[in-house]
Design a protein around this ligand. Structure first.
Ligand code: SF4
Ligand code: SF4
Length: 152
């Protein structure tokens, strides 16, 4: 008998730690700096990455110590996933939050952590580190590709 995939049957709150971690597709998009319009609250992505993001692997280069180095790094929790409005539409946590299935390129579907990059979803190769850009110039790096959704 086939069992349904956990992300289709469980709420975020009910995932065990291993399931929770596996929902991240490794896109790196949440590690990009964002600009918020103070009047409208609208959030826009930039291609300027957090200083700890490895622009090739799209992984945090010092995950265990990240919060000592980047104090505003967000530790995603079910509550955070419900509250944050800017998670990219491809984010595994957002999809499960919204009752949607994962995309074909998610490693839990494809079995391959490289497919998120091959599908052009991730930040691989298209970021610049915040160590190289003055914060006043971030608006020159506004991008809309973190909001792009590939084919199902
Ligand atoms: S946007 Fe979501 S899926 Fe992508 S790296 Fe961040 S938490 Fe993981
Ligand atoms: S500290 Fe690591 S996990 Fe946090 S935003 Fe930066 S690269 Fe991402």
């Amino acid at each position: 008998m086939m069992t349904e995939a956990f992300w289709k049957t469980k709420r975020l709150e009910d995932l065990n730690p291993q399931e929770w971690e596996s929902l991240c597709d490794g896109c790196g998009l949440c590690c990009l700096n964002k600009l918020e319009d103070w009047d409208t609250g609208e959030v826009a992505f930039t291609s300027v990455s957090c200083r700890l993001l490895d622009g090739t692997t799209c992984r945090c280069s010092d995950y265990p110590n990240r919060q000592a180095i980047v104090p505003d790094c967000i530790q995603l929790t079910p509550q955070e996933v419900h509250d944050i409005t800017w998670l990219p539409p491809t984010c595994g946590y957002r999809l499960v939050r919204d009752g949607e299935d994962l995309y074909w390129w998610h490693h839990l579907i494809s079995g391959d952590p490289e497919t998120v990059h091959q599908a052009g979803i991730s930040a691989r190769g298209r970021t610049v580190s915040e160590t190289e850009v003055h914060v006043d110039d971030f608006e020159d790096y506004l991008v809309d590709w973190p909001l792009t959704v590939g084919k199902r």
